[in-house]
Design a protein around this ligand. Structure first.
Ligand code: GRF
Length: 211
């Protein structure tokens, strides 16, 4: 049984989608904890209501990024996760933190990377006049929004799209694709070679249903 820790900063709708998929599809994994850097993150109550342990490590309580990341790492590692999932976790992480979770930390970014890194991705897409937009699930590396890509999906950008309508379209996509990518990891399908992610076929014997 794999153990997953999910980090959020806000509403946590992607976290919700992953929790629901793990339960309804009976993944060989448990969501060990949901951790937020904000005490007011809406997603914490959803997790708590489902009996998932929650914790808050507030960045405001630490003098700098290094100290915050060290505290966050201590809290995460209490749950000995096989995978850390960033789901709307709005913090830039230090290189040692990222290194500690190398190959076992995923993020979802609301654009087709490497286009439109950083914030305001839907505005960036509209401003550039792209005809397709989308989302990317990737492994996290110290290079912000540039880790090995696991999965990308697209939506059309139409003439009447606004930032709001694009955000809605992409978020609906995220809720479909992020659980799928996390499941692939949990099932041991993902292999990273020279910066590219490949899927290997798995048999039932590869999937650990114990524990
Ligand atoms: C999502 O669009 C995610 O891609 C981005 O922040 C948003 C978080 O939404 N990083 P939620 O908290 O999962 O609802």
């Amino acid at each position: 049984m794999r153990s997953i820790v999910i980090l959020i900063s806000g509403r946590g709708s992607n976290m919700e989608a992953i929790v629901r998929a793990a339960q309804t599809e009976q993944w060989p994994a448990k969501i060990a904890a949901v951790i937020s850097n904000r005490v007011d993150a809406g997603g914490l109550s959803f997790a708590a209501a489902r009996g998932i342990p929650t914790a808050v490590v507030s960045n405001k309580d630490y003098a700098d990024r290094t100290q915050f990341d060290a505290a966050l790492r201590r809290e995460i590692d209490r749950f000995s996760p096989d995978l850390v999932v960033l789901a709307g976790f709005m913090r830039i992480l230090t290189a040692p933190f990222v290194q500690h979770y190398a190959g076992r930390m995923l993020n979802i970014h609301p654009s087709l990377l490497p286009s439109f890194t950083g914030l305001a991705t839907h505005l960036q897409a509209l401003t550039m006049g792209v005809k397709v937009h989308g989302a990317t699930v990737h492994f996290v590396t110290a290079d912000l929004d540039h880790g090995p890509i696991v999965l990308q999906e697209v939506v059309p950008v139409t003439d009447d799209d606004t930032v709001r309508s694009l955000e809605e379209k992409v978020l609906a996509l995220e809720h479909q694709m992020y659980p799928r990518a996390v499941r692939w990891f949990v099932e041991g399908r993902l292999v990273i070679e020279e910066g590219r992610v490949y899927q290997r076929a798995v048999t039932a014997l590869d999937v650990d249903f114990s524990g």
